[in-house]
Design a protein around this ligand. Structure first.
Ligand SMILES: Cc1cc2nc3c(=O)[nH]c(=O)nc-3n(C[C@H](O)[C@H](O)[C@H](O)COP(=O)(O)OP(=O)(O)OC[C@H]3O[C@@H](n4cnc5c(N)ncnc54)[C@H](O)[C@@H]3O)c2cc1C
Length: 342
């Protein structure tokens, strides 16, 4: 391996983000990997607008705001974020570890911290037998290239924020149908109002309460039409060039199970004073780390991040413990990192 980096953090959830800070305080540089396109883990993907009441110092904080604050706190330590990079392999060498992603790209690290929560978030897929023929050709689970849809017939499935936001965004540019199994949408009220306004002005068509049932097209993945049905069994067919399927996300521990780590149920078992796993140089923090009486709370994950960082420092400095300091002893990370750089 040409270059061995300091630390890899797998998972950019709240605990992964605070781990950047905890490592940074000990001058350990971090690369952060996440399968999602944005940081924040469960806070960003599952409940961005929910208030959280048990973060010390914040009597009340919205999940998305907590994520922004954590990112801001980590920023002076200049982490390298690798988003949309799902790590699928981890193998140990004598004094470093090699991580591999889905595309086969590998990077080497002196230590790895698993902050993987319940596992990588992946899209919930509709149970349609020929789905694979159309995936990434005419069926997508996220929008990376909106220009692709201009002037096309786009069927958007789902009733949450992604479905509603994209339906409104594409209404002027494409022939948009919104298929949802209920009449009510679970999105920001202002956007739901906009969606209904666009429907009333015939800028898009709401197809409710219907569910996606079938895909019809060519073997090369070109879509022609989709079948939809109600719970009562009424069916109809819609001409379609593309489907955007927004059915939420599910987490899968997946490949982590094959990395030779001691596991208990869905947890990576750790020694709770160091967060060391059963594999040399691999640590686990946050929801993914298991030990007796573990609480899956963000604040517990923050403490675990500090313990793991301390232990990794010892590992990389021949067993020498870092000099214990309160954060104020070093000063504001924003300023002292700038001074260090000069
Ligand atoms: C509805 C709800 C409400 C909650 N309310 C609270 C609350 O009020 N207070 C509280 O303390 N906790 C709350 N929690 C729990 C809290 O969200 C979790 O404890 C916290 O998110 C754990 O953070 P984490 O960083 O360990 O993992 P996560 O937030 O789960 O993040 C893990 C990240 O790792 C990524 N990942 C996993 N595997 C891979 C891989 N192989 N490659 C690349 N990326 C990978 C995932 O995509 C994900 O982004 C709530 C949870 C839910 C669902």
């Amino acid at each position: 391996m040409a270059q061995v980096n300091d630390i890899a953090i797998i998972g950019a959830g709240p605990v992964g983000l605070f781990t950047v800070f905890a490592c940074g305080q000990l001058d350990l540089r971090c690369h952060v990997f996440d399968s999602l396109e944005e940081v924040g883990g469960q806070c960003a993907a599952l409940y961005p607008h929910k208030p959280i009441y048990d973060i010390p110092g914040y009597p009340h904080i919205e999940a998305s705001v907590l994520v922004s604050r954590l990112q801001e706190q980590a920023a002076p330590f200049e982490p390298t974020y690798h988003l949309q990079r799902r790590i699928v392999s981890l193998r140990g060498q004598d004094d470093y570890l090699v991580l591999g992603d889905e595309a086969g790209k590998e990077m080497a690290f002196k230590a790895v911290i698993l902050a993987v929560g319940g596992g990588a978030f992946v899209p919930n897929k509709p149970p349609i037998s020929n789905l694979a023929v159309f995936e990434d050709k005419s069926v997508f689970y996220r929008v990376t290239d909106p220009a692709r849809f201009v002037g096309k017939k786009v069927v958007i499935c789902g009733g949450g924020d992604s479905a509603v936001d994209w339906a409104c965004a594409l209404a002027d540019k494409a022939d948009v149908y919104v298929v949802h199994r209920r009449d009510k949408f679970r999105a920001t009220p202002a956007m739901v109002k906009k969606l209904h306004d666009l429907h009333d002005r015939k800028k898009l068509t709401l197809v409710t309460p219907y569910m996606l049932e079938s895909l019809d097209g060519d073997k090369d993945g070109t879509l022609k039409r989709v079948g939809v049905k109600t719970l009562k069994g009424d069916t109809k067919s819609l001409d379609a060039d593309y489907v955007l399927a927004f059915f939420g996300l599910v987490s899968q521990l997946g490949p982590v199970r094959d990395w030779g780590l001691a596991l208990k149920d869905n947890d990576v078992w750790v020694e709770p004073t160091t967060m060391a796993t059963s594999k040399a140089r691999v640590f686990a923090v946050g929801d993914s780390a298991g030990y007796d009486n573990k609480l899956n709370l963000i604040l517990c994950g923050f403490s675990e991040a500090s313990l793991a960082a301390q232990q990794i420092y010892r590992l990389l400095h021949a067993g020498k413990a870092p000099r214990f300091q309160y954060s104020t002893a070093k000063g504001d990370p924003k300023t002292y990192k700038e001074k260090q750089a000069r």
